[in-house]
Design a protein around this ligand. Structure first.
Ligand code: SAH
Length: 331
């Protein structure tokens, strides 16, 4: 599929037909199982100042928190006891979690015999290497956009080239590589979203996290429009057509736009859900965007709720760790 064909699908092609096609391709390539990942949001402290993000350094209104090591490992243990076979650790870029601290955490969670994904931003090669050697299996780092100008406008003090290099390092170290984009960023064109999808295919990702941009009131982008449900669904669907067998989560942000947003994504190409297993106050405080769902729920409530939703559309909960089915062949 060339760039023009991708643009056509992202804009003009009838949406229902596109979703049906993506759903069929998903069915044929990865089946009807929906893989669950237990997501732990362990720190909202961040050294970066991304214009869209509610936990950006300059937002003085957010109450900051960080779990201590034992608390984080205990949260993971409870998620494993609930049946999760993949744990995802996500945070702002909080350097309190330096190489050795992070490695000890990784080792303790890996001792529970689960797959472990990190989503803690840009680090040095030696860090990525050490985390991998400590047992981390997968890494999520969205490129956000391939439009360099847009990236540099919205991510002050950061470098697109550096982020791209991080993705290449992560891949080279043998992680399953997750990347992705936010759709509906101010000034982001459809042509650039097409370029993003082709870029993700080019670098050979194993998982694609695609979600709408939702303006946060305590950021410089408060007055912007944000992404739409249709735009995000179309992007997910086209990603599935481009890369039939990768893992694609139905992101939480989808559900902030529509009460059935995640189910709609699961029926437009997605095959993964990442229920939040963070506990207590932290759920509310990890506020990347407003209208985040389930902030007052418990992990077990979320696990039960999403299980029922998945069954309601005729899908099953994935057995096993649910890694990228052809990852082993690719590296
Ligand atoms: N700090 C880490 C991980 C946490 S941020 C990192 O940068 O990789 C996880 C993702 O949340 C980001 O990649 C971004 O795409 C998304 N995000 C941030 N602010 C958002 C907003 N206002 N609306 C929607 N998604 C947002």
């Amino acid at each position: 599929m060339n760039r023009d064909a991708v643009i056509e699908l992202l804009t003009a092609a009838p949406a229902d037909e596109l979703y049906r096609r993506a759903d069929q391709v998903r069915h044929d390539a990865v089946g009807d199982e929906v893989h669950l990942r237990g997501l732990i949001e362990f720190s909202n402290i961040c050294r970066n100042d991304c214009m869209y993000c509610g936990i950006r350094r300059s937002n003085r209104k957010v109450q900051r928190y960080r779990m201590d090591d034992d608390e984080l490992v205990e949260t993971a243990r409870r998620a494993v006891e609930m049946g999760f076979q993949t744990i995802v650790l996500q945070s702002g870029e909080d350097m309190h979690f330096d190489q050795s601290r992070m490695c000890r955490i990784v080792e303790r969670i890996k001792a529970m015999d689960v797959a472990l994904t990190l989503s803690i931003g840009e680090r040095e090669y030696s860090d990525y290497k050490a985390f991998r050697e400590a047992g981390a299996d997968r890494y999520l780092l969205r490129i956000e956009t391939t439009d360099r100008d847009l990236y540099h406008r919205l991510n002050p003090g950061m470098s697109w080239e550096r982020r791209h290099e991080c993705l290449l390092m992560i891949r080279e170290l043998g992680y399953e590589l997750g990347s992705g984009i936010m759709v509906g960023q101010p000034g982001q064109s459809v042509a650039s979203i097409a370029d993003d999808l082709l870029y993700l295919k080019e670098i050979g990702i194993d998982m694609a996290g695609i979600g709408p941009f939702i303006p946060h009131p305590e950021t410089p982008l408060a007055g912007e429009q944000g992404g739409t449900l249709e735009q995000a669904l179309r992007t997910i669907a086209v990603m599935r057509l481009l890369m039939p067998d990768i893992n694609i989560p139905a992101t939480t942000a989808m559900e902030s736009l529509h009460p059935q947003g995640r189910l709609m994504a699961l029926q437009a190409g997605a095959n993964v859900v990442m229920p939040n297993v963070t506990e207590g106050e932290y759920r509310r405080l990890y506020e990347l965007y407003p209208g985040k769902i389930c902030v007052n729920d418990t992990p077990i409530h979320c696990r039960t709720c999403i299980g029922l939703k998945i069954q309601s559309i005729g899908r099953t909960i994935g057995q096993g760790r649910g890694g990228h089915i052809s990852h082993a062949k690719n590296i």
